[in-house]
Design a binder for this molecule. Structure first.
Ligand SMILES: [Zn+2]
Length: 844
């Protein structure tokens, strides 16, 4: 189906004003399809003109335009032409639609725990026509009145408050004007918990089999929701505009959550069934505040076209983080933002596909979808944080509030927002926007000192501007030095060009470690000086400020990824420093980076066993020194379970003996043990069967698939591959990803090498039955992990060859770029000869 272009959207918006939608859905027609009738009232600004309506049915039964039947055979590529428009028009579309399994449209999933079916609508980004006939573009907003027929024992919720009007009959209150992409209906035997805050009815919904976790977490989620509502009400002076506020935890969801007004959908693995670490809780808390912020940014005021995506995501991300810090118990949210989100964004900046935060030329909707990435979210939020500092918090808030009021229930653009901020702050932002929002890439910052007898004689902050994307980005950063955990020097500096003198540092004692951007306020790569790198062991975890440690670790990740430093000493640093790392947020992410990226990708296969065992040993040490049941203990135990080669220990834990406190009944912990044993070829088939039978859940199914696919035999690989590429398979994309991740996770590259070329040939063909959004995930997370030049060549050939969807193309480009970092690193650093700080490449 061709993607809507910006020009088409402009033309249609110039012609059409949509007045209202009435949508009737019959969801009581069995597991395959549902019936959809939509009645759209709209004005045409030119009598006699022609436009089109979007609809993607299995069968199109009838289209009536002003009581005149149109020929349904004319439906082409999801569009039906509406000719000879009157000034006032009514179009009625009756169709049979298919449920989806790829998270787009009306998704239907059967809970393996009890066989019950659960539905949720996901219209984003262009899937609304898979649910009802509509004018599918973000700037044609209109009120919706939805009614639903469903099996009698189901609950139905949607954007408007739902009323149960009879057996299996539901009517949803007419909404304020909505864009098509966030219209939703969720239906199924969901269990519900309700409360109320400040006159706003609040509700949570989850599958029946998740009732326990729902009850366990409901208080925390409701509390965060209340805190967010209070904060946004106070900041913007605009009340929550959509009546009731429902949060529905749904299965097999592609993103973290979706901001449907009044009816947010959230992936239901966020209702943790096992032990939840601070990191996991913070990520969920951020999601809750992020979606709530969207009720104003995105839902009340919607971007006119997808190239202003950042108006939605950057603001929601920024607002969520500040709300967590100022209004909730999650005061460490900026630390988490630094290690989780900024490293994601920095990785996106290293890709050839990097783009400016604002104003990427999204010529069609499919291209726009590609920019839902670390740039639009993490860099955008980071840059907005800088803008708020630049304008002052009061002026920035006043500007944003004015923008929201002026465009409420309508649409806004980049220029609208910047104009409002300029008026509120009484300063011109053109140059600032050009440098930070309209230019891609990032500067690199480093501090250079000249030292005599331990005393600094000269100091300079260097700003290296990327040649591909030059701009005058002014940074306001602090430079801080520590020795043995004691602050030795600190200065705040505003860069003036590419070299900025730091006279305040002259005469100070040279500290052990010197960290530019120590409070992590600016968006830049940081190159640590060689003396600091050499001193990190023993010093790093003693730096008392979390953001500074984040900056150092982030710089190390960047340096390993960019081939500027040998990954081996960095791994040793992880092992030595994490025992004394105070922040569980940082600890968990370090462990994940070491276990899932540095070892499998950056080390040679022959090194993997030993490297994993070293991580397991470090985990053991940490476990022994941590309070039972603490975050540290849980992270340590998981690392041991995932990495250890001690078969006897793994089996003992699996049998329930000596399991670290708090993890004895944790099913996900058992799957880590099973996954490790499976990957090593140590698991009997019957053990895996039993484990799967004992855990009939979505998560259990995924873990079992991944474990089966990871077994190091030709038969296991052949089976997994056939499952991935099976034509018209009804596997969810989550299952495809689990299969592929298991498939590639083997140190025996010979087993999987023959499949690399098949990946590039066969996976893009899944587009015949897997939606764009879903396939993008499969390509991204299932990308071949055979770290060789040959894989890069095959990726290039694929890009040069057959027609690929924009989503597939983008993810192959990015996947190859990420893999090439590991290839280059392997070529550059032979095992075991370089010490940290003594990099063979000179400086880094
Ligand atoms: Zn968002």
């Amino acid at each position: 189906m061709p993607s809507l272009t910006r020009d088409e959207a402009r033309t249609r918006a110039a012609l059409v004003e949509v007045l209202s939608y009435e949508v009737e859905l019959d969801l009581d027609r069995g597991p395959g399809t549902f019936e959809s009738t939509s009645t759209v009232r709209f004005r045409s600004r030119a009598v006699g003109a022609t436009t089109w309506l979007d609809v993607a049915p299995v069968v199109l039964h009838e289209v009536l335009l002003n009581d005149r039947a149109l020929d349904v055979a004319e439906l082409l590529d999801g569009r039906i032409e509406l000719p000879d428009l009157a000034a006032d028009n009514v179009v009625v579309v009756r169709a049979t639609m298919a449920y989806s399994r790829d998270g787009q449209g009306l998704h239907r999933a059967e809970d393996p725990a009890d066989g019950q079916a659960y539905l949720y609508g996901h219209a984003f980004l262009a899937a609304a026509p898979r649910m009802f006939g509509c004018f599918d573009q973000p700037d044609l907003k209109a009120p919706y009145t939805v009614s639903v027929a469903a099996p009698r024992h189901w609950t139905v919720v949607g954007n408007g408050a739902a009323t149960h009007t009879g057996p299996g009959a539901w009517s949803l209150a007419t909404t304020p004007p909505l864009a098509t992409y966030f219209v939703t209906v969720c239906a199924g035997p969901y269990v519900t918990r309700r409360t109320e805050h400040d006159g706003i009815p609040l509700a949570l919904h989850a599958r029946r089999s998740l009732e326990g976790p729902l009850d366990r977490w409901a208080d925390q989620i409701f509390t965060l929701t209340r805190q967010g509502l209070d904060r946004y009400h106070g900041l913007f002076g605009i009340r929550y505009p959509f009546g009731e506020y429902h949060q529905v935890f749904v299965p097999e969801f592609n993103a973290g959550a979706m901001e449907n007004p009044g009816c947010v959908t959230i992936r239901d693995d966020r209702l943790f069934r096992g032990t939840a670490t601070d990191d996991a809780l913070l990520i969920r808390a951020r999601t809750i505040e992020h979606e709530l912020a969207h009720m104003w940014f995105g839902d009340l005021v919607t971007m006119r076209w997808w190239d202003d995506l950042w108006l939605n995501e950057s603001f929601a991300e920024y607002m969520a983080t500040t709300t967590l810090v100022h209004a909730t118990e999650f005061h460490e949210a900026w630390t988490s933002f630094g290690i989780v989100r900024k490293t994601w964004g920095y990785a996106a900046e290293r890709r050839p596909s990097t783009h400016p935060v604002a104003g990427s030329p999204a010529l069609d909707a499919a291209a726009a979808l590609q920019d839902f990435d670390g740039i639009s979210y993490a860099k955008g939020a980071s840059v907005i944080r800088q803008l708020v500092a630049y304008l002052g918090e009061d002026a920035a808030t006043a500007g944003v509030a004015a923008y929201l009021r002026e465009h409420a229930y309508g649409n806004g653009t980049f220029d609208d927002l910047v104009g409002a901020l300029e008026r509120a702050g009484e300063q011109e932002l053109g140059a600032w926007c050009q440098a930070w929002l309209r230019t891609a890439d990032r500067d690199r910052l480093s501090v250079e000192t000249e030292v005599e007898e331990g005393v600094i004689r000269a100091a300079r902050l260097h700003r290296r501007v990327p040649r591909r994307h030059p701009a005058d980005r002014v940074h306001v950063v602090d430079v801080v030095g520590w020795a043995d955990g004691v602050e030795e020097l600190r200065t705040v500096v505003r860069t003036t060009g590419d070299v900025t003198d730091l006279p305040e540092l002259v005469g100070s004692r040279q500290p052990a470690v010197l960290v530019p951007n120590a409070s992590d306020l600016t968006w830049a790569g940081v190159d640590l000086d060689p003396a600091t790198v050499a001193a990190l062991q023993g010093q790093l975890s003693r730096i008392p400020e979390g953001p500074a440690r984040v900056v150092v670790w982030s710089a190390l990740v960047d340096a390993v990824s960019g081939g500027a430093i040998d990954p081996r000493p960095v791994l040793r640093l992880v092992e030595s420093e994490w025992v004394s790392e105070a922040s569980p947020l940082l600890l968990e992410r370090l462990a994940a980076t070491a276990v899932r990226r540095f070892v499998p990708e950056f080390l040679f296969e022959r090194e993997h066993d030993a490297a994993w065992q070293e991580l397991a040993d470090a985990g053991d040490l940490l476990l022994a020194g941590s309070e039972e049941g603490s975050n540290h203990a849980v992270i340590a135990a998981r690392t041991v379970a995932e990495c250890s080669g001690d078969e006897a220990l793994l089996r003992r834990w699996l049998a329930g003996a000596d399991v670290p406190s708090g993890l004895g009944t944790d099913t996900d912990f058992r799957w880590l043990l099973l996954g490790n044993l499976a990957r090593r070829g140590l698991l009997e088939p019957s053990t895996l069967d039993d484990a799967e039978e004992a855990d009939p859940t979505f998560g259990g199914r995924l873990a079992a698939l991944q474990a089966r696919a990871s077994q190091p035999t030709e038969a296991a690989k052949a089976w997994a591959w056939s499952q991935v590429v099976e034509e018209n398979s009804t596997r969810s994309n989550h299952q495809l990803v689990a299969l592929l991740q298991g498939f590639w996770s083997t140190p025996d590259v010979d087993l999987v090498r023959p499949y690399v070329s098949r990946f590039f040939a066969e996976v893009p063909r899944l587009s015949g039955w897997v939606g764009d959004d879903a396939l993008a995930r499969v390509v991204r997370f299932g990308f071949p992990r055979v770290v060789e030049r040959a894989t890069l060549r095959l990726a290039e050939e694929a890009l040069a060859g057959v027609a690929l969807s924009p989503a597939t193309r983008r993810n192959i480009v990015d996947g190859a770029s990420a893999l090439s970092e590991a290839v280059v690193s392997r070529e550059r650093y032979a095992p075991g000869r370089v010490a940290l700080g003594g990099s063979s490449s000179g400086s880094w």
